[in-house]
Design a protein around this ligand. Structure first.
Ligand code: SF4
Ligand code: SF4
Length: 92
């Protein structure tokens, strides 16, 4: 298990993906950002740099909330997906 890549581990997760986005990002604010901490903080790598533009996806979100806390400019609007949607964690 430890020799698995991050991508392989993330592929084991199960999601019921909502068609309604639960993440949005203010691109105007991102254009003024230099540290771009979102690119490094997200364990699911939901944020990517496309040229000079920050892009993001919500489908693989692990619902940790780290991006919202880490973005000091408050550019990320993040909530949990609607009830029943999102990642399914299994306990026990
Ligand atoms: S850290 Fe925040 S402001 Fe900076 S690029 Fe990421 S989302 Fe945008
Ligand atoms: S809540 Fe966590 S997993 Fe989801 S986009 Fe933000 S940092 Fe990534």
């Amino acid at each position: 298990m430890n020799s698995m890549s991050l991508e392989d581990k993330l592929a084991l997760n199960k999601y019921d993906i909502d068609e309604e986005l639960h993440i949005s990002v203010n691109e105007d604010i991102c254009r003024t950002c230099r540290n771009r901490v979102c690119l490094h903080i997200c364990p699911a790598e939901c944020f990517k740099l496309l040229g000079e533009k920050i892009t993001y996806s919500y489908e693989g979100c692990l619902e940790c909330g780290s991006c919202r806390l880490a973005c000091s400019k408050g550019a990320i609007n993040w909530t949990y997906p609607r009830g029943g949607f999102g990642i399914a964690y299994q306990y026990g």
